[in-house]
Ligand binder design. Structure first.
Ligand code: ZN
Length: 75
């Protein structure tokens, strides 16, 4: 997974891999830009930007659209 499902930027990192024996079952990623995190085994309606409800997408160029922004220390 190269891009964030919420903001669609590619500034993401792998956080954790769930394994069964030596086999990777799922991977958790986190977006460095909007702090969204997701597991690659979640439903497409959650992790596929084309299938997500547009209401929940984040446009990082339009922070003025969001009246409340949590400080990073509270997330
Ligand atoms: Zn993001």
């Amino acid at each position: 997974m190269n891009s964030c499902p919420r903001c669609e930027n590619s500034n993401t990192r792998m956080e954790h891999r769930g394994k069964k024996g030596n086999r990777v079952i799922w991977t958790v990623y986190c977006c460095n830009d909007c702090s969204f995190s997701w597991r690659d085994s979640e439903p497409q309606e959650t992790i596929n930007p084309q299938k997500r409800d547009p209401f929940f997408q984040v446009d990082l160029d339009r922070f003025d659209k969001y009246p409340v922004v949590l400080p990073p220390g509270l997330i």
